[in-house]
Each structure stands twice: as structure tokens, then as C-alpha cells.
Design a protein around this ligand. Sequence first.
Ligand code: NAD
Ligand code: IPM
Ligand code: MN
Length: 363
Amino acid sequence: KQTLNIAVIAGDGIGIEVMPFGVRCLKAAASVYGFSLEFTEFDFASCEYYLKNGKMMPNDWKEKLSQFDAIYFGAVGMPNLVPDHVSLWGSLLKFRREFDQYINLRPCRLMPGVPCPLANKKPGDIDFWVVRENTEGEYSSVGGKMFEDTEREIVVQETIMTRVGVDRVLKYALELASSRPKKHLTSATKSNGISITMPYWDDRLQKLQGGYEDLKIDKFHIDILTAWLVLRPEQFDVIVGSNLFGDILSDLGPACAGTIGIAPSANLNPDGKFPSLFEPVHGSAPDIVGKGIANPVGMIWAGQMMLEHFGFKEAAAAMLKAIENVLARQEAHVLTPDMGGKGGSTESLGSAIEKEILALGRV
Ligand code: NAD
Ligand code: IPM
Ligand code: MN
């Protein structure tokens, strides 16, 4: 396919600030590699829309968005005005569940030039993928409240694991690990304390790993896994985890590699029945909104993952190269403050990457 139709949802906060640079970099890549991208912007799935309309999205959101090949998404959340569970369950989590985006793929990589908070690490030492289950697990709508506003108040929220849901994410992770040179899969579990769902997860992996004899497969309880991630990130290649564990690991990983501002994420419906969604890992960052200092790399890299997903391999490789080249130059007036920049901004960094994509030309 030579034209991709992309729905653009900037959302809230710094989502609105970084989105234009994502779009500009994608357009630059498309112009160099000779394919076309059609962008259509939507104002819904934002708290602004909620405050005007009393809901996060119009009733026909699913029909509207189903027309597109992909959704390019910024961030949602204005926690001072709209409770987070209302804004997120009314938007992003709906997309993931109703478009059956059951894989959330999140690379964690120490990029050249980015200051690392862990001692003596160089690029290559931190380079792993988190494969996060994205439609069930701890993020379930099964539960409720009883005896509200009494001393006996009870709240319950169940964890749901289905065989289909667990198997498909484990299979995806097994395949991904097989395709990597290190051939190493780590499963995040907590089957010592969570005694029904987590042992089930372990059992399914045990059943599915036959046929992958060339893989090194290990599992860690999530508590010690977070410790190893900080102490020995080199030891990880592909990490697969439930919805909540994957969420936590995919902020911890990028933080170990310098900043969550560069981390991207692909919410995939691998069957292609529904659009997949590409977004930065970070949120709307209310603490820095309006300052012009949001790191645009997570947004741009998410666009890179979108091109990769649709098979524009060369353009995707060039986008990643452009990000690396600009970061590696370590120009303080270009880099945003989260990466040690001084005087750099969303604008300076985003434009530098756009320029680099054009300058690289066909590689
Ligand atoms: P956050 O990711 O928005 O911010 C955490 C910290 O990281 C903040 O100090 C922020 O300034 C910094 N940060 C994040 N992105 C950055 C960037 N690109 N450049 C520089 N610094 C960056 O997480 P939070 O504070 O937990 O959540 C804020 C809001 O965003 C909440 O409403 C939350 O629910 C929402 N949220 C949305 C998404 C999403 O839409 N995918 C993801 C996470 C959080
Ligand atoms: C993420 C975010 C979301 C999640 C929130 C905003 C619901 O933290 O994409 O990592 O927990 O999945
Ligand atoms: Mn998260």
C-alpha cells in the first residue's frame, strides 16, 4: 500500500505540543521515500472535548476511526479537571480494548548521547523490548462497590486472564525473541503471591514454549525483576508481562535509559482487523505544559514504529537514524532539559530531527 490514512488525535497537555513534530517528521520521511501519508485530525478523546460535551468521544467514534489504517495518538489527561479514570477509560483504554490492540510493544534503549542515570552504561547495554498484554489482566471492568459510604465499604476489581488473551501475547513475545540475535525471553510473573492468575500465566508459557528450544527463557517475580532492571539491564532482551506489569516496566526501562520523554509505544492489532495505535509512552505532563520543553522524541519514534509496522522499512530505519544522529551530537541548545539540554526546546529538537531526516535522504 502506497498511501496510509492516519487519524491524528493529539489529546491534551504536551500531546498537543509534540504532535506537530511527529507529523512533520513523518511527512519528511514520506517525501524522501516517495510514499504518501494522509493525516486527518480529530478533537475528541481529549479532556477539552469532555468539558464541552460531557463525554470523551462522540457516539460514532468507532465507525469514524475504523476507516483509518492507524491512529497517531498524543496523550490524554487533565487530572485537575477530569478524573483520570474517566478520561482514560473514555478514550485510550477504549481504543485498546475495542480495537483489540492486544500487543503493546515498547522498546527501551539507551541512545547515544543521552545521559544515563545508571553508572558506566553505554548504548547497547540497555536495549530491550517490553511486550505488554494490552486488553485484559489487571485492567478489568469486572468489580464494584458495596456498602458505599459506610464503615463496611468494599471495593473489588478482578484480574481477568483468558486463554486466548494470555496465549496470543506469549506467542507474540516468543516470536519476537526468536527474531532477535540474543534469543532471550524473560517473563514477568508474581506467582508466589498472586496465586491463581499468575501461575496460570506461567503454565501457559510452559505449554507454549515447546518448539522454541533455541530460546533462552526465564521468569522472574516482578519485584526482583524491577531490581535487576536497574542493577543489570544488559541481561534483558524481550520481557513479556501482564497489562499492569508491562505498564510499570515500560516507565522503569526508559527511566533507566535516561528519560521517559523518548519512549515510544505501538498498540497493535496484529490481525489487521482494526487500526493499530501509535503513541509515546509518556502522558500529558501537566507539570511542564505550556513551557515548550516537552521532549518530542517519544512522539516521533512512535511515528517511526508506525512506518515499520506498515513495512516502510527503509523510511523507518532512516527516521531512527535521524533521531540517533541528533541525540548523539549532544548539542545543549537543541536537546530538551530532560536530556540535559540547556536552552533547547520541543521546537529545536523536533526541527533538528525533521531536518536530519531530509538531510539523510535515501540511505
Ligand atoms: P507523565 O508521563 O505525563 O509525566 C511524568 C513526568 O515525566 C512528569 O514530570 C513529566 O513532566 C515528565 N515527562 C513526561 N513526558 C515528557 C516529555 N515528553 N518530555 C519531558 N518530560 C516529560 O505521567 P503522569 O504525571 O503520571 O500523568 C499525567 C497525566 O497524563 C495524567 O492525567 C495521566 O493519567 C496521563 N497519562 C496519559 C498517558 C497516555 O495518554 N498514554 C500516559 C501516561 C499518563
Ligand atoms: C500507558 C499509560 C496508561 C496505561 C494510562 C494512562 C491508563 O500509563 O499507556 O502506559 O496505564 O496503560
Ligand atoms: Mn504507563
